[in-house]
Design a binder for this molecule. Sequence first.
Ligand code: HEC
Ligand code: HEC
Ligand code: HEC
Ligand code: HEC
Ligand code: HEC
Length: 218
Amino acid sequence: MAQIFSPGADTWLRFGVTGVAVVVVLTVLLSGFVTSNYRTNMNFRPHQPVPFSHEHHVGGLGLDCRYCHAAVEVSRHAGFPPTHTCMTCHSQLYTDAAMLAPVRQSLANAQPLRWSRVAKLPDYVYFDHSIHIAKGVGCSTCHGEVQKMPLLYPAHALTMEFCISCHRDPAPYLRASQAEVFDMTWQPPSNQLSLGEQRVVERGIAGRNLTDCYTCHR
Ligand code: HEC
Ligand code: HEC
Ligand code: HEC
Ligand code: HEC
Ligand code: HEC
């Protein structure tokens, strides 16, 4: 009878089985990694050049988001404040504080402060702040209650599922007005669902397929 398997086949078979096992183990490990807090950055507080506190400046002093993130209503990017925005107050307040030295240096050298990013999408995802603000999605829905954060951290992991779960049905999140978009303590009223359904129609969101891949990957 002709030999079907060469004498080396058994060795190759073992290799194959081990290979499959290795791939399975790696896949399991990697999928755990992808959804772990490490990958999605939850509870992560990056090192910042200055320990800027949203709790003090927003929660305490009551500053509006647009005072520092001026472009949020009109552009893709909310942006970061230029150093002279900080100096409006800190040229009089805490002028000698060591923790503000990098701010003074930044002004003197005309070099912007380099903040570590807390909310950052991969480059292959398209996002635009202005349309979300215009249609009544509030900052706190995506960024959490920043007015309670001494150092900023990501309240939600910005995963594809996070985006899509709202794009499938935005009604529970749509707020009444621009004022409510910037209200960091907003809670949905008891009749939010019927109000939200109405807003989906009034604001021209109905009939759009916001879960198309092209919406966010273009
Ligand atoms: C006085 C200026 C100021 C005000 C007012 C302010 N911010 Fe900020 N914000 C900053 C600075 C500076 C940073 C960068 C340092 C940091 O991450 O804390 C920042 C960072 C952020 C980030 C993290 C972005 C990233 O990817 O790193 C978010 C989100 C944010 N702010 C939301 C808000 C919201 C929402 C409001 C209004 C409720 C607000 N901020 C009001 C100055 C301000
Ligand atoms: C629908 C979710 C969503 C809403 C609502 C939202 N953001 Fe963001 N924000 C993001 C995402 C996603 C990023 C990261 C964008 C990127 O990396 O391209 C981001 C980034 C930022 C940044 C970092 C700088 C930048 O522009 O990338 C700041 C500051 C910020 N947001 C402030 C705000 C403020 C203030 C509001 C409310 C007026 C707000 N955001 C509303 C999702 C949101
Ligand atoms: C409208 C005025 C105003 C602006 C604008 C402002 N600050 Fe402040 N900042 C204050 C006041 C007031 C305090 C003291 C807050 C307290 O102790 O409750 C303070 C405190 C601080 C502190 C000390 C730590 C703390 O939070 O108590 C740091 C650091 C700081 N600010 C950084 C910045 C940076 C960076 C910017 C610009 C992105 C900035 N500030 C913009 C008024 C301002
Ligand atoms: C809480 C609800 C909500 C969340 C979360 C959300 N979105 Fe949206 N998104 C909307 C609404 C509402 C619109 C407006 C749709 C319209 O006007 O037809 C929109 C529109 C967009 C648009 C513009 C679509 C177009 O073609 O005009 C993009 C891009 C987008 N979202 C990306 C994202 C990404 C990326 C994320 C996650 C980081 C995200 N969104 C999270 C509600 C949300
Ligand atoms: C509403 C916005 C949105 C839509 C719609 C969307 N994606 Fe994504 N997608 C994202 C975001 C945000 C990420 C980044 C996730 C992260 O970094 O964890 C992502 C990541 C990915 C990745 C990288 C692998 C991963 O899972 O991290 C692939 C592949 C992908 N999307 C494919 C698709 C396909 C195919 C569709 C259409 C069926 C689609 N996406 C629709 C927002 C979206």
